[in-house]
Design a protein. Structure first.
Length: 418
């Protein structure tokens, strides 16, 4: 039963499509169970981030078409419109893809660490939904170990490079006197946490954190001498912000063109730098057409990101070598699983025969037969029972000229020429 990785990412699809097929956290359990309920799907996990949506499945056939149809229908998109943007990796390539994703080798920013936490979250959600079994469970555990090895054995994570860092670096280029400016951060997840830390380290003057949970907004803001507000308070504070960075899980935009236009009037049209890292987007794209607004989406950060890649390219080459080795190791384990059922049947057969002959020997001893004779009969009976079938098939192989089978038997049973 092959493993399949099917999905889209920042290289294969524009943000407009990525946001349409992103899975929200509250719907993930239902989506996982629905996916795992497809006739051909034996195991399933879903990884959904701002840069990718991917299905990891073990299926009972080699046809991934059902997965494409399900993905399209689930998000009410024609599967045909998805297909040009989809990639599908079977078998070893699926394993390689997940190892590269978790190791930060397939990220928009090479080596970014956040993706590993997102892969772990995808695994935990699949565990909670009961959609994992032996093979995907083992694959995810193997993936976490390999990602740790990449971080430990290479320098891929040494430079402070992330989407958040790229956003803050761009803001720093626009506003050189950071200490004179105010930033409004919308959300309180890991990306916003990183943005807050980078802004604080670069000497930002003032910080406002807006979040659906007010307590979380206060907690994050307090770490950087800022203050927290609820999402409903954003319009009242928007005019204060010179920098806006948004990254939430909202299905609808939190900042509209009308809200920003009103804030610009209150600011007397002082320029505002905005970065929308969220997928789906938190800021209406139409905001970018307003004068005095510089709006960047996650895709617009590519130029900043490319400059930060150079220091990680050598480390990435070392990481790719680790991935190559670990793909081979996992596939060796996977191939070994093919033998498990045969080994189990062979042992079961041997144990049944042992029990039958042992019962017979006990009856003979109870009947008064000499112990030495009973033991000899037991040994002979067990030997003949276990070698009878293989002996007949080896003789047939010899008669049919099946030298390959004879050689395999010699290797299987560890036979050496006398």
């Amino acid at each position: 039963m092959p493993l399949i990785a099917l999905g889209i990412n920042h290289r294969s699809a524009p943000i407009e499509l990525r946001e349409q097929i992103a899975f929200s956290g509250e719907r993930m359990n239902d989506a996982l169970r629905e996916l795992a309920g497809l006739p051909a799907v034996e195991e399933a996990a879903i990884l959904s981030t701002c840069n990718r949506t991917e299905l990891y499945c073990r299926i009972s056939d080699n046809d991934a078409g059902n997965l494409t149809e399900w993905l399209g229908h689930y998000h009410r998109i024609e599967p045909a419109s998805l297909e040009p943007h989809l990639y599908c990796h079977p078998g070893a390539e699926a394993v390689r893809h997940l190892l590269r994703v978790a190791g930060g080798l397939d990220s928009m920013i090479l080596g970014e660490p956040q993706i590993l936490g997102q892969v772990k979250e995808a695994y935990q959600r699949a565990v909670a939904a009961g959609t994992l079994d032996t093979q995907l469970e083992r694959l995810f555990q193997h993936t976490f170990a390999v990602a740790k090895q990449i971080r430990t054995d290479t320098a891929i994570g040494e430079s402070p490079v992330s989407v958040a860092f790229a956003a803050v670096s761009l803001a720093r280029q626009i506003f050189s006197d950071f200490e004179e400016h105010t930033a409004l951060l919308i959300g309180a997840g890991e990306t916003i946490e990183l943005a807050a830390r980078h802004l604080h380290d670069m000497g930002l003057g003032r910080m406002i954190v807006a979040n659906r949970t007010l307590e979380r907004a206060h907690d994050l803001a307090a770490q950087h001498a800022g203050y927290g507000i609820g999402l409903d308070e954003i319009p009242a504070h928007l005019a204060e912000a010179d920098i806006v960075i948004a990254s939430t899980g909202s299905r609808e935009p939190l900042l509209t063109r009308a809200q920003v236009k009103q804030a610009l009037r209150a600011r007397r049209h002082k320029p505002v730098f905005m970065v929308d890292i969220a997928v789906p987007r938190d800021i209406e794209p139409a905001v970018g057409r307003l004068e005095d607004v510089y709006l960047y989406s996650i895709d617009d950060l590519q130029e900043v990101i490319q400059e930060n890649l150079k220091s990680r390219e050598q480390a990435a080459a070392q990481a790719e070598e680790i991935v190559d080795i670990q793909v081979d190791r996992f596939m060796a384990w996977l191939r070994g699983q093919d033998a498990v059922a045969s080994i189990r049947r062979f042992r079961s057969h041997a144990e049944r025969e042992r029990g039958r002959l042992l019962d017979k020997a006990r009856q003979q001893l109870a009947a008064g037969q000499p112990p030495d004779k009973v033991l000899e009969q037991l040994a002979n009976g067990l030997t003949n029972t276990l070698i009878h079938g293989p002996t007949i098939r080896l003789r047939q192989a010899g008669e049919e000229g099946r030298l390959d089978l004879l050689q395999a038997a010699s290797e299987l049973f560890g036979l050496k020429d006398e």
